[in-house]
Design a protein. Structure first.
Length: 219
């Protein structure tokens, strides 16, 4: 399949680049079978522990074709950098979640969160990777909401950076976006997103301080 070849090529390019750098490594998780991949939307529903303002609907999260191709190759992918004491830490601009992390629903906003005295919801965001901004909690998420443009068999990918206000959200009472400038897709497919990420990361030697620039290149 085209998606599988594209994902394999991106991971190979990233692996080759990592091998040329000093003090970093690419860590890949074991592949998943289709039955486990198909179960992921329902595992999220079963394992998320808090009440949500609007329920997460697992049937809305049809696993995108490109993401499925990735999971068939490896269940997670991350770059790690070696610290002075010899330990390894995750380089957050390249950190695609494991199934356990995916199922924690990192982008869900629970029932206690309001913005400007109006309740908001993010049940349509499925966080699958960290974006790695230096000062902000930032993630890449699949958007299951139907009012964002999408390709057949895929889900659009949105960037969150919600340290101080949850801008990437919708009001519960009206369904309107809190900030419509934040819902422009960074990519329309997982393979497109992965290719753009790998292309940017491998465009120059590894720099542990170069974090904000990587997600910024998507816009």
């Amino acid at each position: 399949m085209i998606e599988s070849t594209a994902v394999s090529d991106s991971l190979a390019k990233l692996q080759e680049w990592c091998a040329r750098q000093k003090g970093i490594r690419l860590v890949l998780g074991p592949p998943l079978g289709d039955s486990r991949i198909d179960a992921l939307p329902y595992e999220i529903d079963e394992r998320y522990p808090w009440e949500l303002p609007l329920p997460y609907r697992p049937d809305d999260f049809a696993v995108p074709a490109g993401y499925r191709a990735f999971l068939r190759i490896c269940s997670y992918a991350r770059i790690e950098e070696q610290e002075e004491d010899g330990s390894w830490s995750v380089y957050e601009p390249v950190n695609i979640f494991s199934p356990d992390e995916l199922c924690k629903g990192h982008s869900f906003t629970d029932a206690g969160t309001t913005l400007r005295d109006r309740e908001i919801q993010t049940s349509f965001l499925i966080a699958f990777a960290t974006a790695g901004y230096d000062l902000e909690a930032s993630r890449w998420s699949f958007c299951t909401d139907g009012d964002v443009a999408r390709q057949e068999g895929e889900l659009p990918i949105l960037l969150e950076y919600n340290d101080y206000e949850c801008d990437l959200a919708k009001y519960v009472d009206t369904g309107e976006w809190v900030n419509s400038t934040t819902n422009t897709p960074a990519a329309l497919s997982f393979t497109q997103w992965l290719d753009a990420l790998v292309t940017e990361v491998t465009s120059r030697p590894f720099d542990p301080e170069r974090k904000d620039a990587i997600p910024n290149t998507f816009f």
